[in-house]
Design a binder for this molecule. Structure first.
Ligand SMILES: Cc1cc2nc3c(=O)[nH]c(=O)nc-3n(C[C@H](O)[C@H](O)[C@H](O)COP(=O)(O)O)c2cc1C
Length: 170
């Protein structure tokens, strides 16, 4: 599948059906995150997969933005891993997780699974309900499922290249 088309087709889905992902679909999405690039190849991400009724209820305690998704992945990073080469590189845990979550969202799109990256959640609540160890920093949720919504107005709203590209410096 053409990567540009996948990137254009992906949108933030804000209503999902009750249909669960298959194990193969979930595996493909996690695999896309696994192979993402990271600073110094530290691979600091940890993907907490949440699918049971109890687990999804805990997601709802953290965020109002599950949108009915039957699978949520809480993307975190291990700060002991992301910050382990201070002489070579700063702690890029946030950036590494951003790349991994985007790869997962794009892989999802390419296999017909809708997604929404969600930053509107309470990190302290997530830490408590999922019993996170101190070394894990929460990044974002990735909500996944079958779409029951079409793209919102923001999906078409992007700056033109003229507005964001600067040739040759200022
Ligand atoms: C880091 C990040 C955090 C986001 N957090 C939320 C969120 O909490 N709730 C939500 O509905 N959408 C969230 N979004 C989705 C954005 O609103 C959306 O990507 C943007 O409006 C463009 O729309 P599109 O993804 O449909 O193209 C988030 C996106 C990113 C990249």
């Amino acid at each position: 599948m053409d990567i540009m088309q996948v990137m254009k087709d992906r949108y933030s889905c804000r209503k999902f059906t009750d249909e669960q992902l298959t194990d193969d679909e979930l595996h493909a999405i996690l695999e896309a995150g696994r192979i993402a690039p990271s600073a110094c190849n530290n691979q600091p991400w940890r993907f907490i997969v949440l699918q049971s009724v109890d687990e999804l209820a805990k997601v709802d305690e953290c965020s109002k933005c599950r949108y009915g998704a039957q699978t949520a992945i809480l993307v975190c990073f291990d700060k002991d891993e992301s910050a382990k080469n201070p002489d070579v590189t700063p702690d890029y845990g946030w950036i590494d997780c951003g790349l991994a979550i985007m790869q997962m969202a794009l892989e999802a799109e390419s296999i017909g699974i809708a997604s929404c990256i969600v930053g509107a959640y309470q990190p302290a609540v997530a830490r408590e309900v999922f019993n996170l160890p101190d070394n894990l920093v929460t990044y974002q949720f990735l909500m996944l499922g079958h779409a029951e919504a079409v793209p919102g107005p923001m999906h078409e709203r992007r700056h033109s290249l003229d507005e964001i590209v600067i040739r040759g410096g200022f």
